[in-house]
Design a protein around this ligand. Sequence first.
Ligand code: CA
Length: 230
Amino acid sequence: MNDVSILIVEDEQRLADILKRQLEESGFTAEIAYDGYVGKQLAEKKNYDLIILDINLPLINGYDLCREIRRTNNRTPIIMLTAFGTSENKLAGFDAGADDYVVKPFDFRELLARVNVFLRRADYGREQSEKIRLADLEMDMKTKSVTRAGRKIDLTAKESLLLETFLRNKDKLLSREFIIERVWGIDFDPNTNIIDVYVNYLRKKIDRDFEPKLIHTKFGFGFYCSDREI
Ligand code: CA
């Protein structure tokens, strides 16, 4: 994997510098932003392969920065560095659009293992960029045509966008707010049940007559799309 560039957004200078050195020793190119504002500028300007993002940052905190990045970029994996391993922290990170988290203090090998998982996945994603597959479901991202077990499935525009949102974030917990923002827009009332209505429409079309079920409800949080329970 040549020329893989990683952005580190971390205000603890010593930790950031050590991370950069260790990533470079592992063969990556790494850049540091010591605050959220510079992090935002770099993330918008350059096409990083992965972003390591601290939560407590000057100027823009990690959750807000993650949301900002996700407005325009759903592609770059983001690993959050959190000082607390509580489920509230993890959910807040996932809610903001992070792909994974590492709890401080961490062993660099643990972080490196996760970095490698995401880079492999991203690499696979590039090869398959035209189509996203999950079990026997396939969606062509150009034409938006969908098949399951080889059978063509007709979706309305909103159903299609909902499925695309699920597939582009497969195996990740998605909050109701996250889904509504992407499918219906930010001005939409998150308390509406429209999302449940559309998830039911989509389930009837892609899950009812098939196994395994791909759309799962996480009670009290939201939904996820996966061929297994997470
Ligand atoms: Ca910090």
